[in-house]
Design a protein around this ligand. Sequence first.
Ligand code: NAD
Length: 482
Amino acid sequence: MTRTLEPAATPADIIVVSPTSGDTVATLPSATTAEVDAAIARARGAQREWWGMTSDARSKVLWRWSELLDEHAEELATLDARCTGKVIRDGLSEVRTAARYARYWAGQTDKLFGDQLNDVPGRLSYTLREPLGVFGVIIPWNAPCLGSVSRTLPPLGCGNAVIVKPSEFSPLSALRNAELAREAGMPEHLYQVVVGAGDIGAHLAAHPGVDGISFTGSVETGRKVNIAAAATFKRTTLELGGKSPVIVFPDADLDEAALGVLIGILMNAGQICAANSRLLVHESVAEEFTAKLLERAQRVEVGDPLDPRTQVGPVVCRRQYDKVMDFIASAEAEGATIAVGGGRPLHLSEDRGLFIAPTIITNVRPDMRVSREEVFGPVLGVSTFATEEEAIELANDSEFGLSSYVWTTDGARLHRMAERIESGVVHGNTYLVMDVQLPFGGFKNSGVSNAFGNEAIEACTQVKRVTVRTGAGPLPSPWPGV
Ligand code: NAD
């Protein structure tokens, strides 16, 4: 049995390692670039077949897929738990969410409308909304099953074919989803999965046979994908990283806010793009609020992701573990205080799993690394502010602009903050809310375009104008005598 906590030992094989035990979960051959080329060619034919079906038939397939997702929720959630350490209750909830997304898109297949344009008498113009063709869907490891459904549904629902490149850390649920998609009635090769590391993603992003890219991942990789895709003018949807501020005003319900902030930073061991990673709390309640956070943080159940009582599991891999620990060390070296956590939970000190205790760092300044870069771990940095104006300045002082959270009972203030915070989503008095019908896209370096809501239709279709001369008279000509 392999006892390494690192991924692929040889470039040809993808070795999936459990972050909980260190054991090998699966060894899969990486796709070759020739295999990716062949998959793209097959996808083209499948896409024609899919788009040639009635919208009702496509709808029925997507609906059936949603039923199969629900039926296989336990199995899919277990695959994600084994590959990534995602706790089973979160994994189950994500598969149920994936099924809900499929039901939503089942209802969209007959709502891809064009327009009839009032042009001039004797001329008729209208638009056709058409699929782009073949989509490359490159996803990360933090919500593998949900990602392989939620990011493929907009292209599929709009009549495209997809080639999914799951993360090398978590390819199993996407592979299983491809089987379920086929069982649901999708044409063969409409939903294909290519297993591999970044080089396979890069090949897909640059490939001239791919028409659209839906990428979810880090800013650094997103930039490379965008550059590669630009060479062939591909449509891109980029869902990237975040460093989301959470602002707590003194009039907030502090107990609720403390619970919300903790869930917001510890869900999925902090490995969420929209994690509540930067807490800005009003100086008048900072001490009281921090005490509430610390007390609750110590009650969070960290442990085996397959145990239904567990609330926070391990981080995904050794590299991520070391990265998070390095952030904690850097914050301390720069003068911040580790108020709770900062290493392995005591009860798991001898465990082989990659567990990190819920960590709250106080006295954090905006210039510290832990304030500026995405940690992607269970680490909350706490800073204070004195005025609303300062809170806005601090919140916006970031290259990211994905999500934000405001806790206050003053309704007018909430809307004022929503107008001025630079992020794609602003939440009031809640932790992260996501749903298929709600747009979720990043401002600034956090992304381009939107994979949710009706905005996703724009990203996955192209509009064709048709103009026909209907007038009975002669062809109007600007060239007399010709
Ligand atoms: P990552 O950028 O390292 O990898 C994402 C995917 O890209 C993987 O499948 C990877 O194999 C592939 N890849 C790597 N190099 C590539 C290249 N040169 N060309 C094409 N593909 C390449 O990200 P990660 O570590 O897997 O995931 C964590 C990141 O994802 C975080 O930054 C997080 O914020 C972000 N994320 C964003 C959202 C969102 O909706 N905005 C959602 C989830 C995760």
